[in-house]
Design a protein around this ligand. Structure first.
Ligand SMILES: Cc1cc2nc3c(=O)[nH]c(=O)nc-3n(C[C@H](O)[C@H](O)[C@H](O)COP(=O)(O)OP(=O)(O)OC[C@H]3O[C@@H](n4cnc5c(N)ncnc54)[C@H](O)[C@@H]3O)c2cc1C
Length: 458
Protein backbone atom coordinates (compact mmCIF):
# COMPACT_ATOMS: atom_id res chain seq x y z
CA UNK A 1 0.00 0.00 0.00
CA UNK A 2 2.80 2.42 0.94
CA UNK A 3 4.19 2.29 -2.60
CA UNK A 4 0.87 3.15 -4.22
CA UNK A 5 -0.07 6.73 -5.09
CA UNK A 6 -2.86 8.76 -3.52
CA UNK A 7 -5.54 9.58 -6.07
CA UNK A 8 -6.88 13.12 -6.16
CA UNK A 9 -10.14 13.66 -8.03
CA UNK A 10 -10.17 17.12 -9.61
CA UNK A 11 -7.46 19.69 -10.37
CA UNK A 12 -9.26 22.71 -9.00
CA UNK A 13 -7.53 24.89 -6.42
CA UNK A 14 -8.17 22.39 -3.62
CA UNK A 15 -7.12 19.31 -5.61
CA UNK A 16 -3.84 20.96 -6.64
CA UNK A 17 -3.23 22.13 -3.06
CA UNK A 18 -3.76 18.53 -1.91
CA UNK A 19 -1.06 17.41 -4.33
CA UNK A 20 1.34 20.07 -3.03
CA UNK A 21 0.80 18.99 0.58
CA UNK A 22 1.15 15.29 -0.25
CA UNK A 23 4.43 15.97 -2.03
CA UNK A 24 5.76 17.81 1.01
CA UNK A 25 4.85 14.75 3.05
CA UNK A 26 6.72 12.43 0.71
CA UNK A 27 3.53 10.86 -0.65
CA UNK A 28 2.88 10.35 -4.34
CA UNK A 29 -0.20 12.16 -5.72
CA UNK A 30 -1.97 11.10 -8.91
CA UNK A 31 -4.42 13.77 -10.04
CA UNK A 32 -7.34 13.01 -12.35
CA UNK A 33 -8.97 16.05 -13.92
CA UNK A 34 -12.04 15.62 -16.11
CA UNK A 35 -11.53 18.88 -17.99
CA UNK A 36 -8.81 19.75 -20.49
CA UNK A 37 -6.84 21.87 -18.01
CA UNK A 38 -6.49 22.52 -14.29
CA UNK A 39 -9.23 24.80 -12.98
CA UNK A 40 -11.76 23.65 -15.57
CA UNK A 41 -14.75 24.49 -13.36
CA UNK A 42 -13.46 28.00 -12.67
CA UNK A 43 -12.88 28.38 -16.41
CA UNK A 44 -16.70 28.47 -16.70
CA UNK A 45 -16.84 31.54 -14.48
CA UNK A 46 -13.58 33.21 -15.42
CA UNK A 47 -15.47 36.49 -16.02
CA UNK A 48 -16.60 36.66 -12.35
CA UNK A 49 -14.54 38.43 -9.74
CA UNK A 50 -13.83 36.60 -6.50
CA UNK A 51 -15.01 38.19 -3.29
CA UNK A 52 -11.94 37.23 -1.29
CA UNK A 53 -8.52 38.73 -2.01
CA UNK A 54 -5.52 36.85 -3.34
CA UNK A 55 -3.97 36.13 0.03
CA UNK A 56 -6.91 33.95 1.01
CA UNK A 57 -7.01 32.21 -2.33
CA UNK A 58 -3.49 30.80 -2.22
CA UNK A 59 -2.42 27.60 -0.52
CA UNK A 60 0.82 27.77 1.43
CA UNK A 61 2.31 24.50 0.10
CA UNK A 62 1.32 25.43 -3.45
CA UNK A 63 2.98 28.82 -3.01
CA UNK A 64 6.17 27.10 -1.83
CA UNK A 65 6.19 25.00 -5.01
CA UNK A 66 5.52 28.05 -7.16
CA UNK A 67 8.14 30.20 -5.47
CA UNK A 68 10.75 27.55 -6.11
CA UNK A 69 9.83 27.86 -9.79
CA UNK A 70 10.31 31.64 -9.79
CA UNK A 71 6.65 32.58 -9.59
CA UNK A 72 5.70 36.20 -9.13
CA UNK A 73 3.29 36.70 -6.21
CA UNK A 74 0.18 38.64 -7.18
CA UNK A 75 -0.81 41.70 -5.14
CA UNK A 76 -2.23 39.93 -2.14
CA UNK A 77 -4.89 42.48 -1.36
CA UNK A 78 -6.35 42.50 -4.89
CA UNK A 79 -9.52 40.63 -5.79
CA UNK A 80 -8.82 38.39 -8.77
CA UNK A 81 -11.26 37.39 -11.45
CA UNK A 82 -11.80 33.66 -11.86
CA UNK A 83 -9.69 33.92 -15.03
CA UNK A 84 -6.83 35.49 -13.10
CA UNK A 85 -6.97 32.78 -10.48
CA UNK A 86 -6.36 30.32 -13.31
CA UNK A 87 -3.82 32.31 -15.34
CA UNK A 88 -1.73 33.61 -12.42
CA UNK A 89 -1.98 30.71 -9.99
CA UNK A 90 -3.57 27.42 -11.06
CA UNK A 91 -2.02 27.19 -14.54
CA UNK A 92 1.53 28.00 -13.32
CA UNK A 93 1.04 25.57 -10.43
CA UNK A 94 -0.16 22.82 -12.75
CA UNK A 95 2.85 23.52 -14.97
CA UNK A 96 5.45 23.00 -12.23
CA UNK A 97 7.29 19.75 -13.04
CA UNK A 98 6.24 18.24 -9.69
CA UNK A 99 2.54 18.63 -10.48
CA UNK A 100 2.60 18.35 -14.29
CA UNK A 101 4.18 14.90 -14.12
CA UNK A 102 1.37 13.68 -11.83
CA UNK A 103 -1.63 15.36 -13.47
CA UNK A 104 -3.81 13.57 -15.99
CA UNK A 105 -6.26 15.89 -17.74
CA UNK A 106 -9.21 14.67 -19.78
CA UNK A 107 -9.48 11.97 -17.11
CA UNK A 108 -12.97 11.69 -15.71
CA UNK A 109 -13.39 9.58 -12.60
CA UNK A 110 -16.42 7.32 -13.05
CA UNK A 111 -16.29 5.41 -9.77
CA UNK A 112 -14.23 4.59 -6.71
CA UNK A 113 -14.22 1.26 -4.88
CA UNK A 114 -11.93 -1.15 -2.99
CA UNK A 115 -10.05 -3.69 -5.11
CA UNK A 116 -12.00 -6.91 -5.35
CA UNK A 117 -14.70 -5.94 -2.88
CA UNK A 118 -17.96 -4.09 -2.99
CA UNK A 119 -19.43 -1.96 -0.24
CA UNK A 120 -20.74 -4.95 1.72
CA UNK A 121 -17.32 -6.59 2.28
CA UNK A 122 -15.71 -5.80 5.60
CA UNK A 123 -12.85 -8.25 6.09
CA UNK A 124 -9.42 -6.72 5.25
CA UNK A 125 -11.20 -3.68 3.90
CA UNK A 126 -8.91 -1.16 5.52
CA UNK A 127 -5.77 -2.78 4.14
CA UNK A 128 -7.11 -3.25 0.62
CA UNK A 129 -6.16 -0.67 -2.04
CA UNK A 130 -8.75 1.47 -3.77
CA UNK A 131 -9.62 1.20 -7.42
CA UNK A 132 -10.36 4.44 -9.24
CA UNK A 133 -12.13 3.87 -12.54
CA UNK A 134 -11.27 6.61 -15.01
CA UNK A 135 -12.50 7.44 -18.50
CA UNK A 136 -9.52 8.91 -20.31
CA UNK A 137 -9.51 11.44 -23.09
CA UNK A 138 -9.07 8.74 -25.76
CA UNK A 139 -12.33 7.15 -24.59
CA UNK A 140 -10.55 4.25 -22.92
CA UNK A 141 -11.72 3.32 -19.42
CA UNK A 142 -8.97 2.18 -17.06
CA UNK A 143 -8.84 1.11 -13.40
CA UNK A 144 -6.08 2.70 -11.31
CA UNK A 145 -4.94 1.10 -8.06
CA UNK A 146 -4.20 3.58 -5.28
CA UNK A 147 -3.61 3.62 -1.53
CA UNK A 148 -6.00 6.45 -0.69
CA UNK A 149 -8.47 8.76 -2.42
CA UNK A 150 -9.11 12.47 -1.92
CA UNK A 151 -12.21 13.67 -3.73
CA UNK A 152 -11.78 17.36 -4.61
CA UNK A 153 -14.15 17.32 -7.57
CA UNK A 154 -16.24 20.32 -6.52
CA UNK A 155 -19.94 20.69 -7.27
CA UNK A 156 -19.95 22.83 -10.39
CA UNK A 157 -21.00 20.01 -12.71
CA UNK A 158 -24.10 19.14 -10.67
CA UNK A 159 -26.39 22.14 -10.34
CA UNK A 160 -29.66 21.91 -8.49
CA UNK A 161 -32.63 21.27 -10.75
CA UNK A 162 -35.07 23.94 -11.87
CA UNK A 163 -38.02 22.03 -10.53
CA UNK A 164 -39.34 22.47 -7.05
CA UNK A 165 -39.00 19.68 -4.45
CA UNK A 166 -35.39 19.01 -5.41
CA UNK A 167 -36.39 17.04 -8.51
CA UNK A 168 -35.95 18.14 -12.10
CA UNK A 169 -39.08 19.70 -13.55
CA UNK A 170 -40.92 17.33 -15.85
CA UNK A 171 -39.31 17.81 -19.26
CA UNK A 172 -36.21 19.52 -17.80
CA UNK A 173 -33.79 16.99 -19.26
CA UNK A 174 -35.34 17.25 -22.71
CA UNK A 175 -35.06 21.05 -22.51
CA UNK A 176 -31.29 20.79 -21.82
CA UNK A 177 -30.41 22.51 -25.08
CA UNK A 178 -32.25 25.62 -23.90
CA UNK A 179 -30.70 25.75 -20.43
CA UNK A 180 -27.41 27.65 -20.12
CA UNK A 181 -24.58 27.16 -17.66
CA UNK A 182 -25.26 28.63 -14.20
CA UNK A 183 -23.15 31.78 -14.68
CA UNK A 184 -23.01 32.61 -18.38
CA UNK A 185 -20.90 35.53 -19.59
CA UNK A 186 -23.89 37.21 -21.24
CA UNK A 187 -22.07 40.36 -22.35
CA UNK A 188 -18.87 38.51 -23.31
CA UNK A 189 -18.15 35.07 -24.68
CA UNK A 190 -21.75 33.79 -24.43
CA UNK A 191 -23.26 36.96 -25.87
CA UNK A 192 -24.53 35.37 -29.06
CA UNK A 193 -26.75 32.96 -27.10
CA UNK A 194 -28.51 35.82 -25.31
CA UNK A 195 -28.52 38.86 -27.59
CA UNK A 196 -31.98 39.67 -28.92
CA UNK A 197 -33.55 36.67 -27.22
CA UNK A 198 -36.06 36.01 -24.44
CA UNK A 199 -34.06 34.99 -21.40
CA UNK A 200 -35.52 33.52 -18.21
CA UNK A 201 -33.38 33.73 -15.06
CA UNK A 202 -34.48 31.31 -12.31
CA UNK A 203 -33.49 31.82 -8.69
CA UNK A 204 -33.25 34.38 -5.93
CA UNK A 205 -29.55 34.36 -5.09
CA UNK A 206 -26.88 36.81 -6.02
CA UNK A 207 -25.86 34.97 -9.14
CA UNK A 208 -29.39 35.60 -10.36
CA UNK A 209 -29.00 39.27 -9.44
CA UNK A 210 -25.68 39.58 -11.24
CA UNK A 211 -26.87 37.76 -14.33
CA UNK A 212 -30.01 39.92 -14.47
CA UNK A 213 -27.99 43.13 -14.26
CA UNK A 214 -25.59 41.94 -16.95
CA UNK A 215 -28.58 41.05 -19.12
CA UNK A 216 -29.97 44.55 -18.63
CA UNK A 217 -26.63 45.92 -19.88
CA UNK A 218 -26.87 43.60 -22.87
CA UNK A 219 -30.46 44.66 -23.57
CA UNK A 220 -29.32 48.29 -23.89
CA UNK A 221 -27.12 47.31 -26.82
CA UNK A 222 -29.31 44.52 -28.17
CA UNK A 223 -32.85 45.88 -28.04
CA UNK A 224 -34.66 42.62 -28.81
CA UNK A 225 -33.40 41.10 -25.55
CA UNK A 226 -36.27 40.34 -23.15
CA UNK A 227 -35.50 39.54 -19.53
CA UNK A 228 -37.80 37.36 -17.44
CA UNK A 229 -37.10 36.44 -13.82
CA UNK A 230 -38.86 33.87 -11.66
CA UNK A 231 -38.53 33.32 -7.92
CA UNK A 232 -40.40 30.76 -5.89
CA UNK A 233 -41.06 33.08 -2.98
CA UNK A 234 -43.76 35.73 -2.73
CA UNK A 235 -41.34 38.61 -3.38
CA UNK A 236 -37.79 39.44 -4.40
CA UNK A 237 -37.21 41.66 -1.36
CA UNK A 238 -34.48 39.37 -0.05
CA UNK A 239 -32.46 39.85 -3.21
CA UNK A 240 -32.94 43.64 -3.19
CA UNK A 241 -31.41 43.86 0.28
CA UNK A 242 -31.63 47.07 2.26
CA UNK A 243 -31.05 49.54 -0.57
CA UNK A 244 -29.40 52.77 0.60
CA UNK A 245 -29.71 51.75 4.23
CA UNK A 246 -28.15 48.33 3.64
CA UNK A 247 -25.33 47.68 6.08
CA UNK A 248 -23.39 46.34 3.12
CA UNK A 249 -23.24 49.15 0.55
CA UNK A 250 -22.33 47.09 -2.50
CA UNK A 251 -25.14 44.67 -1.75
CA UNK A 252 -27.47 47.62 -1.31
CA UNK A 253 -26.27 49.04 -4.62
CA UNK A 254 -26.74 45.77 -6.44
CA UNK A 255 -30.17 45.26 -4.93
CA UNK A 256 -31.31 48.84 -5.60
CA UNK A 257 -30.21 48.61 -9.20
CA UNK A 258 -32.09 45.37 -9.64
CA UNK A 259 -35.19 46.81 -8.00
CA UNK A 260 -35.10 49.82 -10.36
CA UNK A 261 -34.76 47.55 -13.38
CA UNK A 262 -37.78 45.54 -12.23
CA UNK A 263 -39.81 48.69 -11.46
CA UNK A 264 -38.93 50.17 -14.85
CA UNK A 265 -40.16 47.01 -16.55
CA UNK A 266 -36.73 46.17 -18.00
CA UNK A 267 -36.93 42.93 -16.05
CA UNK A 268 -40.26 41.12 -15.86
CA UNK A 269 -40.45 39.53 -12.40
CA UNK A 270 -42.77 36.60 -11.64
CA UNK A 271 -42.99 35.75 -7.96
CA UNK A 272 -44.42 32.59 -6.40
CA UNK A 273 -43.36 30.78 -9.57
CA UNK A 274 -42.39 27.21 -8.63
CA UNK A 275 -41.46 25.49 -11.86
CA UNK A 276 -43.21 22.16 -12.40
CA UNK A 277 -42.69 21.40 -16.10
CA UNK A 278 -40.85 22.49 -19.21
CA UNK A 279 -42.22 21.90 -22.71
CA UNK A 280 -39.69 22.14 -25.48
CA UNK A 281 -41.25 23.38 -28.70
CA UNK A 282 -39.64 24.05 -32.09
CA UNK A 283 -39.12 27.75 -31.51
CA UNK A 284 -38.96 28.12 -27.73
CA UNK A 285 -39.52 26.44 -24.38
CA UNK A 286 -42.70 26.86 -22.37
CA UNK A 287 -42.14 26.96 -18.61
CA UNK A 288 -45.03 25.92 -16.41
CA UNK A 289 -45.55 26.88 -12.78
CA UNK A 290 -47.24 24.61 -10.27
CA UNK A 291 -50.22 27.02 -10.22
CA UNK A 292 -50.74 26.73 -13.97
CA UNK A 293 -49.07 29.97 -15.15
CA UNK A 294 -46.78 29.61 -18.16
CA UNK A 295 -43.89 31.64 -19.55
CA UNK A 296 -42.38 31.29 -23.01
CA UNK A 297 -38.65 31.78 -23.32
CA UNK A 298 -35.75 31.07 -25.67
CA UNK A 299 -33.16 30.27 -23.02
CA UNK A 300 -33.11 29.64 -19.27
CA UNK A 301 -30.32 30.57 -16.84
CA UNK A 302 -30.47 28.23 -13.81
CA UNK A 303 -29.28 30.12 -10.70
CA UNK A 304 -30.42 27.36 -8.41
CA UNK A 305 -27.24 26.38 -6.57
CA UNK A 306 -25.27 23.15 -6.57
CA UNK A 307 -25.15 19.73 -4.96
CA UNK A 308 -22.39 17.09 -4.74
CA UNK A 309 -22.19 14.18 -7.20
CA UNK A 310 -22.29 11.21 -4.86
CA UNK A 311 -22.89 8.61 -7.58
CA UNK A 312 -19.18 8.04 -8.18
CA UNK A 313 -18.82 7.17 -4.48
CA UNK A 314 -21.60 4.60 -4.40
CA UNK A 315 -19.32 1.67 -3.45
CA UNK A 316 -17.71 3.50 -0.55
CA UNK A 317 -18.86 3.61 3.04
CA UNK A 318 -19.74 7.24 3.59
CA UNK A 319 -21.11 9.06 6.60
CA UNK A 320 -22.93 12.14 5.37
CA UNK A 321 -25.15 14.68 7.08
CA UNK A 322 -28.67 13.80 5.98
CA UNK A 323 -29.58 17.41 5.21
CA UNK A 324 -26.49 19.13 3.87
CA UNK A 325 -24.71 16.06 2.41
CA UNK A 326 -21.42 17.09 4.00
CA UNK A 327 -19.45 14.66 6.20
CA UNK A 328 -21.78 14.21 9.13
CA UNK A 329 -19.61 15.85 11.77
CA UNK A 330 -19.06 18.85 9.52
CA UNK A 331 -22.73 19.28 8.57
CA UNK A 332 -23.90 21.10 11.70
CA UNK A 333 -20.82 23.36 11.63
CA UNK A 334 -21.53 24.70 8.18
CA UNK A 335 -25.31 24.74 8.11
CA UNK A 336 -25.96 27.95 6.19
CA UNK A 337 -29.01 28.62 8.29
CA UNK A 338 -26.64 29.35 11.18
CA UNK A 339 -23.25 30.05 9.64
CA UNK A 340 -21.67 32.27 7.07
CA UNK A 341 -18.30 31.19 5.71
CA UNK A 342 -16.46 33.39 8.19
CA UNK A 343 -17.97 31.67 11.20
CA UNK A 344 -17.23 28.10 10.15
CA UNK A 345 -14.72 26.57 12.55
CA UNK A 346 -11.50 25.36 11.00
CA UNK A 347 -11.56 21.63 10.54
CA UNK A 348 -9.40 18.86 9.20
CA UNK A 349 -9.06 15.14 8.63
CA UNK A 350 -10.84 14.12 11.82
CA UNK A 351 -14.10 15.84 10.93
CA UNK A 352 -13.82 14.93 7.27
CA UNK A 353 -13.26 11.22 7.90
CA UNK A 354 -15.70 8.54 6.73
CA UNK A 355 -16.07 4.93 7.83
CA UNK A 356 -14.10 4.23 4.63
CA UNK A 357 -10.54 4.61 5.93
CA UNK A 358 -8.17 6.79 3.86
CA UNK A 359 -10.97 8.32 1.82
CA UNK A 360 -11.78 12.02 2.13
CA UNK A 361 -14.06 14.50 0.42
CA UNK A 362 -12.48 17.97 0.50
CA UNK A 363 -13.00 21.42 -0.99
CA UNK A 364 -16.30 22.71 -2.29
CA UNK A 365 -17.72 19.19 -2.43
CA UNK A 366 -17.07 18.63 1.27
CA UNK A 367 -19.69 21.27 2.03
CA UNK A 368 -22.33 19.28 0.20
CA UNK A 369 -25.26 21.56 -0.54
CA UNK A 370 -24.09 24.37 1.73
CA UNK A 371 -22.93 27.44 -0.19
CA UNK A 372 -20.53 28.76 2.43
CA UNK A 373 -17.27 27.15 1.32
CA UNK A 374 -14.09 29.21 1.20
CA UNK A 375 -10.81 28.25 -0.44
CA UNK A 376 -8.89 29.14 2.72
CA UNK A 377 -10.93 26.57 4.63
CA UNK A 378 -10.28 23.99 1.93
CA UNK A 379 -6.53 24.56 2.06
CA UNK A 380 -6.50 23.87 5.78
CA UNK A 381 -8.60 20.75 5.19
CA UNK A 382 -6.06 19.31 2.78
CA UNK A 383 -3.03 20.24 4.90
CA UNK A 384 -4.60 18.17 7.66
CA UNK A 385 -5.67 15.33 5.34
CA UNK A 386 -2.16 15.04 3.88
CA UNK A 387 -0.75 14.87 7.41
CA UNK A 388 -3.25 12.16 8.33
CA UNK A 389 -2.44 10.11 5.24
CA UNK A 390 1.26 10.43 6.06
CA UNK A 391 0.57 9.09 9.55
CA UNK A 392 1.32 12.39 11.32
CA UNK A 393 -1.75 12.38 13.51
CA UNK A 394 -0.57 15.26 15.68
CA UNK A 395 -0.24 17.59 12.71
CA UNK A 396 -3.52 16.31 11.31
CA UNK A 397 -5.34 17.06 14.56
CA UNK A 398 -3.75 20.45 15.14
CA UNK A 399 -6.13 22.33 12.94
CA UNK A 400 -5.59 26.00 12.58
CA UNK A 401 -6.95 28.30 9.97
CA UNK A 402 -4.74 31.25 9.25
CA UNK A 403 -7.65 33.59 9.09
CA UNK A 404 -8.60 36.52 11.24
CA UNK A 405 -11.74 35.98 13.26
CA UNK A 406 -13.58 38.60 11.30
CA UNK A 407 -13.61 36.47 8.17
CA UNK A 408 -11.95 36.81 4.83
CA UNK A 409 -14.25 38.61 2.52
CA UNK A 410 -12.98 42.04 1.72
CA UNK A 411 -16.01 42.98 -0.27
CA UNK A 412 -19.59 43.11 0.68
CA UNK A 413 -20.81 41.65 -2.54
CA UNK A 414 -23.89 40.38 -0.86
CA UNK A 415 -22.85 36.80 -0.82
CA UNK A 416 -23.28 34.39 2.00
CA UNK A 417 -19.72 35.33 2.78
CA UNK A 418 -20.04 39.03 3.34
CA UNK A 419 -18.17 39.61 6.55
CA UNK A 420 -15.94 42.62 7.13
CA UNK A 421 -12.42 42.83 5.82
CA UNK A 422 -9.57 41.16 7.63
CA UNK A 423 -7.19 43.29 9.67
CA UNK A 424 -4.66 40.78 11.01
CA UNK A 425 -1.47 39.92 9.14
CA UNK A 426 -1.65 36.52 7.50
CA UNK A 427 1.16 34.39 6.14
CA UNK A 428 0.83 32.87 2.71
CA UNK A 429 3.94 30.85 1.86
CA UNK A 430 6.83 33.07 2.81
CA UNK A 431 4.91 36.28 2.22
CA UNK A 432 3.50 38.04 5.20
CA UNK A 433 0.82 40.50 4.27
CA UNK A 434 -0.37 43.53 6.10
CA UNK A 435 -3.94 44.59 6.46
CA UNK A 436 -5.96 44.08 3.35
CA UNK A 437 -7.09 46.93 1.16
CA UNK A 438 -10.22 48.90 1.79
CA UNK A 439 -13.25 46.98 0.60
CA UNK A 440 -13.84 47.50 -3.06
CA UNK A 441 -17.45 47.45 -4.19
CA UNK A 442 -17.79 44.59 -6.60
CA UNK A 443 -21.06 43.60 -8.11
CA UNK A 444 -20.58 39.90 -8.04
CA UNK A 445 -21.55 37.11 -5.75
CA UNK A 446 -21.20 33.45 -5.17
CA UNK A 447 -23.86 31.81 -7.31
CA UNK A 448 -25.34 29.41 -4.84
CA UNK A 449 -26.37 32.36 -2.72
CA UNK A 450 -29.09 30.66 -0.78
CA UNK A 451 -29.27 28.47 2.22
CA UNK A 452 -29.02 24.86 1.13
CA UNK A 453 -28.94 25.98 -2.48
CA UNK A 454 -32.68 26.32 -2.68
CA UNK A 455 -33.82 27.90 -5.88
CA UNK A 456 -35.95 30.54 -4.23
CA UNK A 457 -37.24 31.66 -0.90
CA UNK A 458 -40.03 29.49 0.36
C1 LIG B 1 -18.71 32.23 -8.99
C2 LIG B 1 -17.99 31.73 -7.79
C3 LIG B 1 -17.23 32.63 -7.05
C4 LIG B 1 -16.54 32.18 -5.92
N1 LIG B 1 -15.78 33.07 -5.23
C5 LIG B 1 -15.07 32.64 -4.17
C6 LIG B 1 -14.22 33.55 -3.44
O1 LIG B 1 -14.16 34.73 -3.72
N2 LIG B 1 -13.51 33.06 -2.38
C7 LIG B 1 -13.56 31.75 -2.00
O2 LIG B 1 -12.86 31.39 -1.06
N3 LIG B 1 -14.37 30.88 -2.65
C8 LIG B 1 -15.11 31.29 -3.71
N4 LIG B 1 -15.93 30.41 -4.38
C9 LIG B 1 -16.15 29.06 -3.79
C10 LIG B 1 -15.03 28.02 -4.08
O3 LIG B 1 -13.84 28.43 -3.48
C11 LIG B 1 -14.81 27.74 -5.54
O4 LIG B 1 -15.96 27.13 -6.06
C12 LIG B 1 -13.60 26.82 -5.82
O5 LIG B 1 -13.47 26.69 -7.19
C13 LIG B 1 -13.74 25.46 -5.17
O6 LIG B 1 -12.57 24.74 -5.40
P1 LIG B 1 -12.54 23.14 -5.51
O7 LIG B 1 -11.12 22.81 -5.89
O8 LIG B 1 -13.11 22.55 -4.31
O9 LIG B 1 -13.53 22.78 -6.70
P2 LIG B 1 -13.53 23.21 -8.24
O10 LIG B 1 -12.82 24.49 -8.47
O11 LIG B 1 -14.93 23.10 -8.68
O12 LIG B 1 -12.64 22.08 -8.93
C14 LIG B 1 -13.09 20.77 -9.08
C15 LIG B 1 -12.39 20.15 -10.29
O13 LIG B 1 -12.76 18.78 -10.35
C16 LIG B 1 -13.00 18.43 -11.70
N5 LIG B 1 -13.92 17.28 -11.69
C17 LIG B 1 -15.25 17.27 -11.40
N6 LIG B 1 -15.74 16.02 -11.48
C18 LIG B 1 -14.70 15.22 -11.82
C19 LIG B 1 -14.57 13.82 -12.05
N7 LIG B 1 -15.60 12.98 -11.95
N8 LIG B 1 -13.34 13.35 -12.41
C20 LIG B 1 -12.28 14.16 -12.51
N9 LIG B 1 -12.34 15.50 -12.31
C21 LIG B 1 -13.54 16.02 -11.96
C22 LIG B 1 -13.60 19.68 -12.29
O14 LIG B 1 -13.45 19.70 -13.69
C23 LIG B 1 -12.80 20.77 -11.59
O15 LIG B 1 -11.65 21.15 -12.31
C24 LIG B 1 -16.63 30.82 -5.51
C25 LIG B 1 -17.41 29.94 -6.26
C26 LIG B 1 -18.07 30.38 -7.39
C27 LIG B 1 -18.87 29.39 -8.18
Amino acid sequence: MKKLPVAIIGAGPVGLATAAHLLERGLEPLIFEAGPTAGSAIEQWRHIRLFSPWRFNLDAAAVRLLEAAGWETPRLTALPYGGELIDNYLAPLAATPAIASRLQTGAKVLAVTRAGMDKTHTRNRETTPFIVRVEHVDGEVRDHTVAAVVDASGTWSTRNPLGTSGLPAIGEDAAGGRISSPLPDVTGRDRASFAGRRVLVVGAGHSAANTLISLADLAKEEPGTTILWTVRGPSAEKVYGGGDSDGLPARGQLGSRLRRLVEAGTIELHTGFGISALKTLDTHVSVEAADGRTLDTDIIVPCTGFRPDLDILRELRLDLDPAVEAPSQLGPLIDPEFHSCGTVQPHGAKLLAHPEKDFYIVGMKSYGRAPTFLLATGYEQVRSVAAALAGDQTAADTVHLELPETGVCSTDAGTSCDLPAASTPVTVGSVETGCCAAPEPVLIGIPTGLAHGRSGEV
